[in-house]
Ligand binder design. Structure first.
Ligand SMILES: *Cc1c(COP(=O)(O)O)cnc(C)c1O
Length: 489
């Protein structure tokens, strides 16, 4: 027989815990490294990102060595220097690829607090402050949408680890409401979800995960910018009934990830309401403009939604992950998750609210804290201005592109996302993106619109300015000229 737990002895506490000098030194070391890193990145020093093989990076970071030998604070400093050397620098002005938040001071502070306290607050008693802040942030979002809050408010929400989970949760609420038996008995054939062809892949995934079959996603008719055509959407809904199919939900983009363009929410909301179809607005990227009186019109009609997805870790400058799923009628959460776990779910008269009833996740991070601190640190108005500036920057970049020989754009931007290209060859756009990434001055993404490949710039960094745009377009042109090798035949 092996040793019983009793005979191994109860160990004394490990030395150097979170209240020790070693903790403070590790934090100071880390803070100093990060400050230096972000300062250089903000000034455009160093590559936006430098790729290498996982073998090379693993050797550079000495992963095997540290695991075997442990680390001192000095080792940590060396490790961080190597780590940050291979980090993507989101504060860099040339970082214009993805819709990922460029963290502000409180974002980092909140992660430190969470990493130290680790309050899994989906159970109120495991983080009363964190849970209270989450509810406050959720109410703030509900009000921004235009839904009433207060003691008897019908609307409700919860923060999730990302927009993909928020979309899944929203569609589960839709399924639970439109087909309540599905939770216990599985889904019948004939349930479908209507969504724009350009919807985020997490929508199709959610439909696959829910067992409807990914083919149950019916593409909504769109115009030549891939924006949903409302009259076509109405016809699509009306023809479903004739073929014996039942819509679980209709999804709209606010805006589309690829193009940054907004679907007509008010018209779609009205069409769904008339037909009693669940209307889900995927505003993962765009909901931040609800803080702005001048830009919130982009989301006109969002209050007609049954559910909304909102990523704080995009334009609200919160580090990944913090997203929200918001329901106009909070009873949708009960429809979404119809079960019990005896050690967590029982009738009890305690304080607070257990948010665990509303989520896919069991353990959940302090997502409200990092979202809230970002709003509070500079104030809501300043955050709103930050978003407005990024959106205005997109118009400036668009105007510079349209005035330049050899460049074209498929449409004017409606957000901080700009699609453009040099020449007309699809492969050349991919070659340009690759060349820029290898050189390290700019990180662009790319998107396909109606079968044509475009470069795609997403303006997130507060350090990206008009000078960056000029240098970017010069670099694209130079790379485009060398990539445009004449084809044979
Ligand atoms: C980013 C995005 C998502 C996915 O959100 P994650 O937080 O990355 O999971 C979903 N929908 C849209 C429209 C998005 O832009």
């Amino acid at each position: 027989m092996g040793p019983s737990p009793a005979t191994t002895g109860f160990q004394a506490p490990m030395s150097g815990g979170l209240n020790s000098e070693s903790f403070l030194r590790a934090i100071r070391t880390t803070a100093a490294r990060l400050a230096e890193h972000n300062d250089a990145a903000s000034k455009g020093q160093g590559p936006v990102v430098q790729l290498a093989s996982t073998e090379a990076i693993s050797a550079e970071l000495r992963l095997e060595h540290w695991l075997t030998n442990g680390m001192t604070e000095d080792d940590l400093d060396m490790f961080l220097a190597a780590y940050l050397g291979r980090a993507a620098r989101l504060h860099h002005p040339g970082s214009v690829a993805h819709q990922v938040a460029v963290p502000d001071v409180p974002s980092a502070v909140a992660e430190l607090v969470h990493g130290t306290t680790n309050n899994p607050m989906a159970i109120f008693e495991m983080g009363p402050a964190a849970a209270t802040i989450e509810l406050y942030v959720v109410d703030w979002m509900l009000e921004k949408i235009g839904w009433a809050t207060g003691p008897d408010q019908p609307s409700a929400g919860v923060l999730t680890h990302g927009g993909s989970l928020a979309n899944l949760t929203a569609l589960l609420a839709a399924r639970g409401t439109m087909a309540p038996d599905a939770w216990h008995h599985g889904v019948d054939d004939g349930l479908v979800v209507l969504a724009p062809p350009s919807c985020h892949y997490s929508i199709t995934r959610a439909v696959g995960i829910m067992g409807l079959g990914a083919d149950a996603v019916h593409p909504l008719p769109v115009d030549d910018r891939e924006v949903v055509d409302p009259a076509g959407a109405a016809r699509a809904l009306d023809s479903l009934a004739a073929s014996g199919l039942r819509p679980v939900a209709l999804v709209a983009n606010a805006p589309s990830t690829a193009t940054g363009l907004h679907d007509p929410l008010r018209e779609l909301g009205r069409i769904c309401a008339e037909r009693q179809v669940w209307f889900h607005v995927d505003a993962a990227h765009g909901a931040g403009v609800l803080t702005s009186e001048t830009l919130r019109g982009l989301l006109d009609g969002i209050d007609l939604a049954d559910s909304v997805t909102w990523d704080a870790h995009k334009t609200l400058r919160t580090a990944g992950l913090a997203a929200a799923v918001l329901l106009r009628d909070g009873r949708g959460f009960n429809a979404a998750f119809q079960h019990d776990a005896s050690y967590l779910f029982y009738e009890d008269q305690t304080e607070g609210i257990d948010l665990i009833h509303r989520t896919v996740e069991c353990t959940k991070a302090e997502l409200g804290l990092k979202t809230y601190l970002n709003l509070a640190w500079r104030g809501e108005a300043a955050l709103s201005r930050y978003i407005g500036d990024r959106y205005a920057g997109a118009t400036t970049l668009f105007e510079m592109v349209t005035g330049r020989d050899g460049f074209s754009t498929p449409f004017p931007p409606q957000s901080n996302i700009v699609c453009f290209r040099y020449g007309t060859d699809n492969d050349v756009q991919i070659a340009i993106r690759r060349a820029l990434l290898t050189k390290g001055d700019f990180h662009l993404s790319s998107a396909e619109v109606k079968g044509q490949r475009y470069l795609r710039a997403t303006l997130m960094s507060p350090h990206t300015d008009q000078g960056t745009f000029i240098a970017l377009l010069d670099a694209v042109e130079a790379a485009g000229r060398t990539s445009a090798v004449p084809r044979e035949g």
